[in-house]
Design a protein around this ligand. Structure first.
Ligand code: MRU
Length: 370
């Protein structure tokens, strides 16, 4: 997507080949800054401290992080250590482990001196594939928006989204936002309700930033507003992203997604989840019981970060001194609340059978049966 008219991706190999460039997303929306990652430790820090975030981008960063690590330590021990370090950065998004497995498989049988180059090449391919996948998600999801637009006869389609599953969370396009950008670019009138997404405010800081920079009409809402809007017919469709979808179609995504799905169900609002296939985890079924939920520091809840009227960037405490806080990063929406999964292979029902049929090479189910 474009930043001030310049086509921009969230991650790239620097021209000198020695580093990987990223946008420091902890500085948005108030500053646009890029950072060079040159080592395993810098890549791991970027994921852990959320300079990069969003399941697909976490995966691509981990892939490049492994390549950076292998340049310094290409032995089997170096490979194992790098995988362990990167895998420990964030526990919920399965794209991280998928990317580490994919790169490891591509380079494991090579002699050490060839591993780093091969890992950079595979990481680059994963990044390109992510762009293609998100574009395909956009085309399939746009058809859903188009159908609603046809029914509304020229009135804007109101889309609600949670957190940031935008281009900042991927390499380009985004998952939940790809249908939005494509529909907007095709001239379909639409408007997006953007959940602020406490505690880190990815909706307010990132989704509102990227949508408004692209000229997509959007309105920021406090997290608890979605149910009210749905009761009053102000939401035509909800589209969110995900960090992991299980074999039976349960959806793990940013904390608060489950409550939006419940409200959508109660009000007959279609609730769609956009995902690239690396977000599928056929090794788990019951998302509530089996997916590890990241718990982050209490200070993310007890404080707020932002710009003061005179332009200073500051963090202020909003809770009484001494009060603690719980900070669960994600929740699980059971498959029964999901209208459909927007994938690169089309819109798929959130059921074991549909997922296994759409992604037989990932599920293993049909492989065993055949
Ligand atoms: O904690 P974050 O900002 O990494 O959480 C991001 C989300 O929950 C996204 O919705 C999800 O990763 C999908 S991104 C296409």
């Amino acid at each position: 997507m474009k930043v001030d008219g310049t086509p921009t991706r969230t991650i790239w190999r620097e021209p000198d080949g020695r580093a990987v460039g990223i946008i420091d997303q902890t500085k948005l929306p108030h500053r646009f800054e890029t950072v060079r990652l040159e080592t395993l430790e810098e890549a791991a820090h970027a994921i852990r401290a959320m300079l990069v975030r969003g399941a697909p981008l976490i995966g691509v960063t981990a892939a490049y992080g492994l390549a950076l690590a292998l340049r310094a330590a290409p032995s089997d021990i170096g490979l194992a250590r790098a995988c362990e370090t990167l895998a420990a950065t964030r526990p919920t998004a399965i794209n991280l482990r998928w990317a580490l497995d994919t790169v490891s498989t591509a380079i494991r049988d090579l002699p050490p001196e060839r591993r780093a180059d091969a890992a950079f090449a595979r990481a680059g391919e994963i990044a390109e594939e992510d762009v293609e996948i998100c574009a395909a998600i956009g085309r399939h999801g746009m058809a859903l928006i188009e159908a609603i637009a046809a029914r509304k006869g020229g009135e804007p389609v109101n889309v609600l989204t949670h957190c940031n599953a935008g281009w900042l969370a991927t390499v380009d396009w985004g998952t939940a936002t790809a249908p939005i950008y494509m529909a907007h670019d095709a001239g379909i009138p639409l408007h997006v309700w953007v959940d602020e997404t406490r505690p880190r405010n990815q909706g307010a800081s990132l989704t509102a930033w990227e949508l408004s920079h692209h000229g997509v009409p959007c309105t920021l809402i406090a997290d608890n507003t979605g149910g009210h809007l749905m009761q009053h017919g102000e939401v035509d469709i909800a589209i969110v992203g995900t960090d992991r979808v299980t074999a039976q179609g349960d959806v793990c995504n940013k904390i608060g997604t489950y409550l939006k799905a419940l409200a959508a169900h109660d009000n007959g609002v279609p609730f769609y989840v956009a995902l690239p296939s690396p977000t599928l985890d056929f090794a788990v079924s019951d998302g509530v019981k089996e997916i590890p939920i990241e718990e982050r520091g209490a200070e993310e809840v007890t404080t707020m970060w932002g710009k003061t009227a005179d332009g200073r960037i500051e963090t202020v405490r909003i809770a009484p001194d001494g009060v603690g806080a719980a900070n669960y990063g994600f929740d699980v929406t059971p498959a029964r609340l999901v209208t459909g999964l927007i994938t690169e292979r089309g819109v798929v029902a959130a059921t074991r059978e549909s997922l296994a049929t759409a992604f037989p090479e990932r599920s293993g189910v049909l492989r065993k049966a055949g």
